[in-house]
Write a protein that binds this ligand. Structure first.
Ligand code: NAD
Length: 310
């Protein structure tokens, strides 16, 4: 079995690459290293330093003819998408089309796409389902939703099989304080530097934090299951920022200083995704609870060299 992982030098893609290699898959990583790290890439993976928008990236897929393509490379920073919507669309929409054309021409059996809860925008709902309307409020959410539509149309026109996975807020070792779902990475970086943590508003805002290794397992399950489906990958559990702080104090042992700042305009109060479709269709369920995941992430963050190979 041969796989291409676009964005395989990034936070989630590097963990996915590790697991694929562990289960005996030959992995080719396509990454331009804009936010990726060479030292996160498993030594047995073949690294191609290319942009997903390039003819070269397409050529590699045509030459390698992988069985499956995990498409994770993206402009994944919400704020950056607001500042530079064209760049966001170039990478997330045009880049995806380039990868889709390559997959079609190379007769790739399946593409598995990293999408996001960001497609739903400010949906005020206890538990979001895949059936809920997606109304993005950032260009990032919009570009991911548009990429999803291209993927579905490539299936309709050419039969290119797919699974679209919409992730909750992913956290874990190797995540940087930038990009999506970054509050845990931001907090850990500040704790490491001995700086106070900023809590916006009352701290009662909640997110559905999912550990990176659970995301990896959902991707692995999607190789065989969930064909032509859009599936949320989440814990279906809400964790407030105040609770996060409580857990971090427990792990860090000594005190953590906190600064309360006004709530940020446009911030979503609650975000939680129903994972019952993932449990049923992927035969998957999250294995790592928040305290365990936070402990592993904290340990990684406080290890000076920051190159884990767990
Ligand atoms: P990341 O920034 O760590 O990884 C993205 C990788 O893509 C990086 O290695 C980067 O160098 C590479 N890349 C970016 N633009 C590229 C281009 N034009 N050509 C080639 N490579 C390029 O981000 P991540 O958090 O690991 O996210 C991975 C995927 O998961 C993204 O598609 C993101 O939208 C999605 N996602 C992430 C989260 C989260 O909480 N982290 C949540 C939902 C969805």
């Amino acid at each position: 079995m041969k796989a291409v992982v676009t964005g395989g030098a990034g936070f989630i893609g590097s963990h996915l690459t590790d697991e694929l290699i562990k289960i005996g898959v030959e992995v080719h990583v396509l990454d331009n290293m804009i936010s990726g790290h060479l030292n996160y890439v498993h030594p047995l993976a073949v690294i191609h330093h290319v942009d997903i928008c390039s003819a070269e990236a397409k050529q590699i897929i045509l030459q390698e003819k992988p069985d499956v393509v995990f498409h994770l490379a993206a402009q994944a920073d919400v704020e950056r998408s607001i500042i530079n919507p064209k760049y966001d669309a170039d990478v997330n929409i045009s880049g995806t089309i380039n990868i889709l054309e390559a997959c079609h021409e190379a007769s790739v059996k399946k593409i598995i796409f990293a999408s996001t809860s960001g497609v739903y925008g400010n949906l005020e709902k206890e538990l979001i389902s895949e059936k809920d309307e997606a109304v993005p409020v950032s260009y990032y959410g919009l570009s991911k939703l548009t990429a999803e539509s291209y993927i579905r149309l490539f299936y309709q026109l050419y039969g290119l099989s797919y699974t679209i996975l919409r992730y909750g807020n992913v956290y874990g070792p190797r995540q940087t304080a930038k990009g999506e779902g970054g509050v845990i990475a931001v907090f850990l970086e500040k704790i490491k530097k001995g700086m106070p943590l900023s809590i916006h508003g009352d701290g009662e805002q909640t997110r559905d934090f999912i550990y990176v290794k659970d995301i990896v397992q959902a991707n692995i399950a999607a190789m065989e299951r969930g064909h032509q489906e859009t599936i949320q990958v989440s814990t279906s559990k809400r964790t407030s920022v105040n609770h996060l702080l409580k857990y971090l104090m427990q792990i860090h042992v000594s005190t953590i200083d906190v600064v309360h700042t006004p709530a940020r305009k446009g911030d979503i109060k609650h975000s939680c995704l129903d994972n019952s479709k993932a449990c049923q269709m992927l035969n998957w369920k999250p294995q790592v609870d928040i305290l365990q995941g936070l402990t592993e992430t904290y340990t990684f963050s406080h290890n000076k060299n920051n190159v884990d190979k767990t």
